[in-house]
Design a protein around this ligand. Sequence first.
Ligand code: LHQ
Length: 264
Amino acid sequence: MTTSETVLARLEAGVLHLTLNRPDKLNSFNEEMHLALRAQIQRAHDDEAVRAVLLTGAGRGFCAGQDLGDRDPRKGGPAPDLGNTLETFYNPTLRLIRQLEKPVICAVNGVAAGAGANIAFACDIVLAAKSAKFIQAFAKIGLIPDAGGSWSLARILGEPRAKALALTAEPLMAERAADWGLIWKAVEDSDLMTEATKLAESLAAGPTLGLGLTKRLIQAAATNSLDEQLDMERDLQQQAGRSADYAEGVIAFLEKRAARFTGK
Ligand code: LHQ
């Protein structure tokens, strides 16, 4: 696994805490940080001890998207191939987050701009500090919304709001993002990490096999017909019904005690 100071990682109580850590650059992505984040998400896939992920940023920002200093046009040379940058760095990580059958919580601690905003929207549950804002900064530099942003904004918000945000690059404050359903909750700045950690730990202690199947099911609903979805619910419920966590959940209910889930 790639280890790097650009992404701090700590496994505690089943939660893999990941902190984007280039605070002087508002945690914008360079190649090292891309690879380090990808390696940690892959670790979350591979390591049974990881039962939830909590992603946040160090310092006053969450993530300002791509490090624009990395490809300074003043240095000359041919125009960069940004499609290749997406294919090599962003898209594999976005896909890994969506495919990970464990809850991914995002605690947006400050400004989230460009790909930084859209990586947050790819996570399963997003909490944001009330002072945080989301900016589709691409329009200011002649680019299009990437890192899945054109997909998630259009799906979650519908065309009118998606287009206005993407075309104007106007900042969207956390509370309005929550009102619009783009994120789960806006919380007091001082409560963000306590609340996000509590949520992540409670999910990590939950029936994570069933939670993972639930994530798969809800994501599939975006493209499935009702018939396809009903078939999928049948198949995944069959699988969930055979899990140790289902048996434990029912027994705990009947015995009027807290369940001890193992994620199996
Ligand atoms: C930064 C950055 C940054 C480097 C702040 N890079 N240093 C793009 C191209 C390639 C492949 C495919 O994908 C993409 C995807 C993208 O993400 S494109 C969008 C890239 N991001 C942006 O356009 C956002 C640029 N940043 C901003 O507009 C502002 O910094 C925001 C609105 C995020 C925050 O504003 P302030 O709170 O006023 O902070 P600041 O601007 O003073 O930034 C603090 C420092 O961070 C500053 O450095 P300095 O040495 O002067 O203190 C900035 O230069 C640096 N920084 N974003 N993306």
